[in-house]
Design a protein around this ligand. Structure first.
Ligand SMILES: [Fe+2]
Length: 275
């Protein structure tokens, strides 16, 4: 009898602990925000501030009010370039927000440019009907296997190259490869981080990706529980591909599938790029 009571006690304690952790993962952590400040490169010509945000997955769990907060925080960082690495809306059927999202994202203020690429969710659930119009209406340049050259002043020349989404879009590796040049400081923008393997031979300096959500749920000492396709090798944070080439994988802001984040606080990356 005493043994059964002991086991029951442990089951009750473990259940309460599990519910507390789940409550934290559903109610508290998705509403936190970490601003990750990073510096790359060696200062020779000048410095440019890139602010990256990713994977907002607008839905009933992540609303326009939440997006407005993010916009205010990004503007507060004084960005020269704002980069969005895809997955704006979780699913169009579930979302009532395309027009409001456009108005909100329009308030983002960058000195030089606002750049975006497609994520798989921006194509899926008929998202492609809205995404380009929303982003362009909000002042973003949507790069689909294209590049844009920016001159922040002086001898600094930045070439931002965007790859189309690999899961539901049409990534043109050959074309994107040809757009990366030794002449400029090249920032390669893509949704799925493992796509970086297609550009091993190309002289980009900084690559930015999202998609992984950092695993969304992470367990101490183990790491991510699972990640989506094309986010298996590169999951979270800064990777030194070579001494000259860096890849930053954003953990994103919103959630998908499960409205839970654990040990993986939503993030905005503030990257000071020395050129
Ligand atoms: Fe995502």
């Amino acid at each position: 009898m005493r043994f059964i009571a002991g086991v029951l006690n442990k089951v009750v304690i473990l259940t309460i602990l599990f519910l507390m952790i789940l409550g934290y993962g559903i109610i508290i952590e998705p509403n936190l925000l970490r601003i990750n400040k990073i510096e790359v490169g060696t200062l020779t010509k000048g410095k440019v501030r890139v602010v990256q945000f990713s994977d907002t997955h607008l839905d009933d769990n992540y609303t326009i009010r939440d997006l407005e907060k993010i916009v205010r925080i990004i503007n507060h960082q004084d960005p020269d370039i704002i980069v969005f690495t895809g997955d704006l809306i979780d699913s169009v059927q579930d979302s009532k927000y395309p027009e409001d999202a456009l108005k909100t994202l329009k308030k983002l203020d960058a000195e030089l440019a606002k750049i975006a690429v497609f994520g798989n969710h921006d194509y899926g659930s008929q998202g492609y009907k809205y995404y380009r119009n929303m982003m362009e209406g909000a002042g973003f340049k949507v790069l689909v296997n294209e590049s844009v050259i920016l001159n922040p002043g002086g001898q600094m020349m930045i070439n931002v190259v965007g790859l189309d989404d690999a899961l539901l879009g049409n990534p043109d590796y050959k074309k994107v490869s040809s757009l990366i040049t030794k002449k400029y400081y090249d920032i390669l923008v893509m949704h799925e981080p493992d796509e970086i393997s297609h550009f091993e031979q190309d002289p980009y300096e900084l690559a930015l990706a999202g998609h992984s959500h950092g695993g969304q749920i992470r367990i101490p000492f183990i790491g991510e529980v699972s990640t989506p396709p094309l986010a298996k090798k590169y999951v979270k944070g800064m990777y030194e591909i070579t001494e000259e080439k860096k890849l930053y994988v954003s953990s994103g802001i919103g959630t998908t599938v499960l409205p839970v984040r654990l040990m993986n606080i939503p993030e905005i990356a503030v990257i000071d790029v020395n050129i």
